[in-house]
Design a protein around this ligand. Sequence first.
Ligand SMILES: [Zn+2]
Length: 346
Amino acid sequence: MSGKIKFEEVRLTSTFLDPRQDFRPTTVEFQIRRDPLTGRTGHFSHFGAIKPQKLDWEKYTDPQLKGFCPFCREYRDKATPKFREGILPEGRLTRGEALLVPNLYPYDVYSAVVIMTEAHVVPLDQFSRERLVNAFCVGIDFLRRVKSLDPSLSYHIMAWNYMPPSGGGLVHPHQQYFATNYPGNQFMDELRAAEEFYTRYQNDYWSELVAEEQKRGERYIGQTERVHWLTSFVSLGILGEIVGVFLDVFNVADFAPDHLEDLVVGLMNIFSYFNDNGICSFNATLFFGPKGQRFFPAHFRIIPRTFLNLRDYAPDMNFFQTLLQEPVSVVLPEELCAELRRYFAR
Ligand SMILES: [Zn+2]
């Protein structure tokens, strides 16, 4: 075993007199784990207590309830903005059904939205390879152009909220792409820790992690050519977290069409797993590090999201995530990995 990566966990129990068992003592187990890269902790508890809630897809297409959607085909040409000529002479980028436009509510100086489909509601099993490739393709193309236009913005991000439990404000499938010097605390914590790891061991953390997880076989899901898929030792999502690592992509300029194809193959496997398990919503990101480094390979993260129930629409985040900044998961990464592996073995 490599001594470079440590998987630390604390297993604890809590015992109480259980009304469901005539007030006999019941002992409940939980865990706290430490992320081997950043050192940030995460809780694992309430095992199996939260089930993904199936969304009522019909409701989202009902014209009475739908409301105005600027991304729908009949409005998108008129209702979405265009880039200035100095940024994108074409104003917008298009490929197949995908259309990239400026974000009306920008996250940074260069901030785009990719409207992924012409259809307003697209269940996961209708994300064809072509739809996914086209959307990522225009988004990555935009990031590469922005990188040449303004190299002072070091980091490049794709972010995707899919369906309302994820915080997505519009159900019409869309992704965000932006360049920034402020990519968020998770990104910066990883970047700093990855640089320290590289300085200490002269190898990048993710290469070591992939090798270590392949050896251990507990959280290594599989490989789609250039992408290695893992479940994270500490999950950022309540129903777990899946990471895809591109070991030979260090900034967005390295991301070739083959990488995109391999990402989409893996993503479609994950969507099949989501579909079979009633998962209807997620957050996803693709992180690209700055140029000139070899310690921060690009990686894709995806976490399922759900309402806790459809009576009150309670979200799956509470004081833990929002105020204590501590992720909580009800699924063990090793069990999630075992489930997902079947979808990557086809
Ligand atoms: Zn729409």
